[in-house]
Design a binder for this molecule. Structure first.
Ligand SMILES: Nc1ncnc2c1ncn2[C@@H]1O[C@H](COP(=O)(O)OP(=O)(O)OP(=O)(O)O)[C@@H](O)[C@H]1O
Length: 356
């Protein structure tokens, strides 16, 4: 973590984003509260379709039709609520204040122009007066990331490997000197060694430049490697968040537990790896009421069908789960097993199953 004062804080409050579909407007992201602490790297992790990219786009008020931010605010220090920004203010904010590496960094470069030409386009669109200075900065960032900067600037996309394109994407996000940087799947499709190199670079540049960084990924290994704090998304909701080490070391939401148990290299023994049963919901199948995770939950109770999970603040951690409200065993053992174990214990909280 850095104490650099330029790193902005970000407060996402009660954010909801809907997409228009034949079945009406459906929420892809709902009621999200998340704070990006200045100078930290926050990881957002979740399966495909959980709403990660939609959340990331909201940070730039860049959700495109048929989507729209339907509620909430995104307060960025020095910028205000970006949800309320429009036109030129918004254009200036993107790039200058918020650097963004798109999920498809592999293909977001223009195949017809050299990287250097695209860099100049970026500079002009942000009214950069010192274009030679911008090129110098880009070159030194690329050199910094272990490449021959001058040569990369002279190259077209097809002349660069996947790992090099990812680094070019990171350079483009940093070169305008933004202090809030959003990286959407920065290491997808890279081999393990290149992935490790890129994560190390992200961490180093983050610290050197004093950034606030958001990393979006489906890979818990990536957040374990790079993030100070972690938010776990499922079905458009943040179900658990807190310091990465604490969340991964002692997961309190059944979904986080399931994700961890599905990864052999994090739990150690390959025999113990158990894939989460079922599939994540799509926009049309996310339950409108109750817990969005209940269909796949090992500790599901009756109350999860209809009751909005309580959002519990436990020290630096936040978890949204009915079972987590009932103590640690409730998240690890199915309600029926708990019933037999806890039968006769007077002060045991009543579960939904027991009421039934
Ligand atoms: N343009 C769109 N029109 C309709 N639905 C969309 C659109 N973009 C995203 N969605 C839906 O919104 C939900 C969230 O998508 P989003 O891309 O934010 O998830 P994600 O977690 O980033 O997944 P992935 O890692 O696969 O990109 C998904 O159900 C997706 O199908």
């Amino acid at each position: 973590m850095t104490s650099d004062k330029r790193a902005p804080g970000v407060r996402i409050s009660d954010l909801s984003v809907v997409y228009r579909t034949p079945a009406g407007e459906l929420p892809a992201v709902r009621g999200i509260d998340l704070e990006l602490v200045p100078g930290t790297i926050t990881g957002v992790v979740g399966e495909s379709g959980s709403g990660k990219s939609t959340l990331a786009l909201s940070l730039l008020n860049a959700v495109q039709p048929p989507g729209r931010i339907s509620a909430g605010s995104v307060e960025i220090d020095g910028l205000g609520d970006v949800v309320a920004l429009g036109g030129d203010d918004l254009r200036r904010a993107r790039g200058r204040h918020v650097g963004y590496v798109f999920q498809a960094a592999q293909s977001s470069l223009n195949p017809l122009k050299t990287v250097g030409k695209q860099l100049l386009d970026l500079g002009r669109s942000h009214d950069v007066e010192d274009l030679p200075g911008l090129v110098k900065e880009a070159r030194s960032l690329l050199d910094r990331m272990g490449m021959d900067g001058a040569r990369v600037l002279d190259s077209h996309q097809h002349e660069l490997s996947g790992g090099m394109r990812q680094r070019v994407g990171i350079m483009l996000a940093l070169v305008l000197n933004a202090h809030l940087v959003v990286l959407d799947e920065p290491t997808t499709a890279l081999d393990m060694i290149t992935q490790a190199t890129i994560l190390r670079i992200i961490r180093e540049v983050h610290e050197e430049r004093g950034l606030t960084t958001l990393v979006i990924t489906h890979d818990l290994g990536v957040v374990a490697e790079v993030a100070d704090r972690l938010a776990v998304m499922y079905g458009g909701r943040v179900v658990e968040q807190g310091p990465t080490r604490e969340v991964l070391g002692d997961p309190r939401h059944p979904y986080t537990r399931g994700l961890l148990q599905a990864i052999p290299r994090l739990v150690g023994d390959i025999d113990e790896a158990r894939a989460l049963p079922g599939r994540p919901p799509t926009l049309g199948t996310i339950p409108a009421d109750g817990c969005v995770f209940r269909e796949r939950c090992a500790v599901r109770m009756d109350v999860c069908e209809t009751g909005e999970p309580p959002v519990l603040t436990q020290g630096p951690r936040i978890v949204a789960c009915h079972a987590a409200d009932m103590g640690p065993e409730a998240v690890t053992e199915p309600a029926k097993e708990r019933q037999t174990v806890t039968a006769g214990v007077g002060d045991t909280p009543t579960t939904g199953e027991e009421q039934a």
